[in-house]
Design a protein around this ligand. Structure first.
Ligand code: TYD
Length: 138
């Protein structure tokens, strides 16, 4: 988790690329609105994109699954709290409050081709990456 302090007079938070987040920010999008209540969003992994997610308003949860099938759940419930997700992590966003505004920063322009949308494909690609790494280290 990343923590962002409020400015000295409160009620304002700043995020600077390469300083506060570990990449240059190329894209920002928001997931908001009552249509997300009860829904699970995400359910994909990205070959190139890294993300920083904030609930600038309201609350949601983010579940991640890594290459070792290790699961983590992060609760986003403060405008100054964020979660950093590196490449090749399976992610799901859910439990959106009615007033949730989930802001996402990323290092890449949108490219549908770098999304892995099937969990089985994610596992297969991770196995390939691990095999290549094992070959290189021999
Ligand atoms: P997607 O990333 O698939 O879902 P989620 O928000 O649940 O992670 O996004 C939903 C749709 O929006 C999908 O058709 C792709 C499109 N989209 C863009 O065109 N540009 C974007 O920057 C993003 C994030 C999504």
């Amino acid at each position: 988790m990343l923590s962002f302090p409020e400015f000295s007079n409160g009620g304002a938070i700043r995020v600077e690329g390469l300083r506060d987040v570990p990449f240059e920010i190329k894209r920002v999008f928001y997931i908001y609105g009552q249509g997300n209540v009860g829904k699970v969003r995400g359910k994909h992994s990205n070959r190139k994109s890294e993300f920083v997610l904030f609930n600038v308003k309201g609350t949601s949860k983010v579940k991640t699954i890594d290459e070792n099938l290790h699961e983590e759940v992060y609760e986003l419930n403060e405008p100054g709290q964020a979660v950093y997700l590196p490449r090749m992590v399976w992610k799901e966003m859910y439990d959106f409050s009615e007033d949730s505004v989930l802001m996402v920063l990323t290092n890449e322009y949108y490219d549908a081709g770098e999304y892995i949308r099937s969990f089985d494909d994610f596992l297969l690609e991770m196995e390939h990456i691990k095999e290549e790494e094992a070959w290189k280290s021999e």
